[in-house]
Design a protein around this ligand. Structure first.
Ligand code: GDP
Length: 478
């Protein structure tokens, strides 16, 4: 049907208030919920230099919405998708390899595995999918593009080393994404392994072991010799089952790009994680702004397959260009439709990049609060000393403007780093630097990602600025 102002704004990647303002100047009193006729849509398109034909609106809007409600009767259980994160050298890669080896060679297939960026194993008759790009870069990059693929996160902590900076980052990421965590206490075979220390350090990060009255599962493992790995897998199933993961296999597929590359012989090669529906060889498909039809589809063992259901990773060829990890895909029954939508998306993306501020800025804040688009503001606090970081955090968290609160997703001592920027980008957060400054590389990164950094050296100024921004009283020049 006809779009509302809010829907059109979303489609055009514009602020609804800009459209309302434009309509007002045209003598047309509109609100975010006003339904627009074709003529008005066209006028708005002309004003903002975006060609909005009716077809594009309907199609692309559906695509962005991606998952139309499923009939509950059609829903079936789907395997969990697991990401492994943790500090460098704590054993993420070894653990991923061990899980794959112990579980895959059990099958009749000769164990000729292929690295496609994700794999699936069977645990007690149930499937579990792993993303096998370890580390949180991939995870964050995908989240920054709005993709939510992970159901369970395994945080690997080496028992002889304990919690390290990237362990903390991994926990921040998992928390910000709202994904449940399991802690794999690794390298238990090593002399000097101290699992108690890992448990107490993780407790300080808010991950209290079940044994101590908390709700985080800790599993001692040795990724090297395989001890405890089965136990870890079974616990992953337990955590997954609590989430009651379901999907509808009886419709065209939707999902996310895990990896993609250009292959000299085969053209664009993409690994897709199917998140809902079933993908068939020969389906027409839109992937980000690329399109085509599935010419060949293989699983993680390199076997050619004809269909793939929810939570299955597959590698496909047949796209006209290389998509980006984190891009969303959708299958269609006609290639013509896929092409139209890909073109509309390409246009929208170009427009979006031109506007380049999908990230949050303090100046936008009041507007978004007013429009009821946000209930809380994510903030990352970096300070010269831990005490200041804590003080800034607790003061920020006391702010309450019309029920909108500040949510501090990370507060640590130290310089503002690229990792802070990536977390901010993925979480639509603002970075507050207290007595610290970003270096040139970090500033550049922030600019590229559209992340705002606010620098201060007096606590009440931080609070004052945030409050005024939330009330829409921030001085326009800054
Ligand atoms: P990543 O950087 O987290 O992916 O860590 P890796 O998997 O590359 O492991 C780093 C090093 O630790 C390698 O030399 C591994 O062989 C070693 N390692 C990993 N897991 C274990 C383990 O359970 N026990 C022992 N003794 N060494 C391990």
């Amino acid at each position: 049907g006809q779009p509302t102002v809010g829907e059109l704004a979303k489609l055009m990647h514009k602020q609804a208030s800009d459209i309302i303002k434009f309509l007002f100047l045209m003598g047309n009193m509109a609100t975010i919920n006003t339904v627009l006729d074709d003529e008005t849509v066209e006028l708005i398109g002309m004003e903002f230099n975006i060609e909005v034909t009716k077809e594009h609106i309907v199609e692309e809007y559906n695509f962005e919405e991606l998952d139309e409600e499923d009939d509950p009767k059609l829903l079936e259980s789907r395997p969990p998708v697991v990401t492994i994160m943790g500090h460098v050298d704590h054993g993420k890669t070894t653990l991923l390899d061990t899980i794959r080896k112990t579980k895959v060679t059990e099958g009749e297939f000769g164990g000729i595995t292929q690295h496609i960026g994700a794999y699936q194993v069977t645990v007690k008759g149930k499937k579990v999918s792993f993303l096998d790009t370890p580390g949180h870069e991939a995870f964050t990059a995908m989240r920054a593009r709005g993709a939510k693929v992970t159901d369970v996160t395994v945080i690997v902590v080496a028992a002889d080393d304990g919690v390290m900076p990237q362990t903390k980052e991994a926990v921040d990421h998992a928390k910000a994404a709202g994904v449940p965590m399991i802690v794999a206490v690794n390298k238990m075979d090593k002399e000097g392994a101290n699992p108690d220390r890992v448990m107490s350090e993780m407790s300080e990060l808010g991950c209290m072991p079940e044994e101590w009255g908390g709700d985080t599962i800790f599993v001692p493992v040795s990724a090297k010799n395989g001890d405890g790995v089965n136990d870890l897998l079974e616990n992953i199933l337990v955590v997954a089952e609590m989430q009651d993961l379901k999907a509808n296999p009886h419709k065209m597929a939707t999902g996310t790009v895990i990896e993609a590359k250009l292959d000299k012989g085969r053209g664009a090669v993409a690994t897709l994680l199917i998140q809902n529906g079933t993908l068939h060889a020969s389906d027409a498909i839109v992937v980000g702004t690329a399109f085509g039809h599935v010419r060949k589809m293989v699983d993680d063992l390199g076997r050619e397959i004809k269909t793939a259901g929810p939570s299955t990773p597959v590698e496909i060829i047949g796209l006209n260009s290389v998509p980006i990890a984190g891009d969303v895909f959708k299958a269609f029954d006609q290639e013509k439709k896929a092409r139209q939508i890909a073109e509309a998306r390409l246009q929208a993306r170009v427009e979006e990049e031109r506007n380049a501020s999908s990230a949050m800025s303090l100046e936008d804040l009041a507007k978004q609060i007013e429009e009821g688009e946000i209930q809380s503001i994510n903030v990352i606090v970096k300070a010269d000393v831990q005490g200041s970081a804590e003080a800034v955090k607790s003061s920020l968290e006391k702010i309450d403007v019309d029920g909108v609160r500040v949510n501090v997703i990370r507060s640590t001592a130290g310089a503002i780093t690229e990792s802070d920027i990536m977390l901010a980008s993925a979480s639509q957060a603002i970075v507050v630097g207290f007595n610290v400054r970003p270096n040139a590389a970090v500033r550049k990164k922030a600019e590229d990602e559209g992340v705002q950094i606010r620098l201060h050296n007096i606590i009440y100024k931080v609070i004052e600025e945030m409050e005024s921004a939330m009330k829409g009283m921030l001085a326009p020049v800054y």
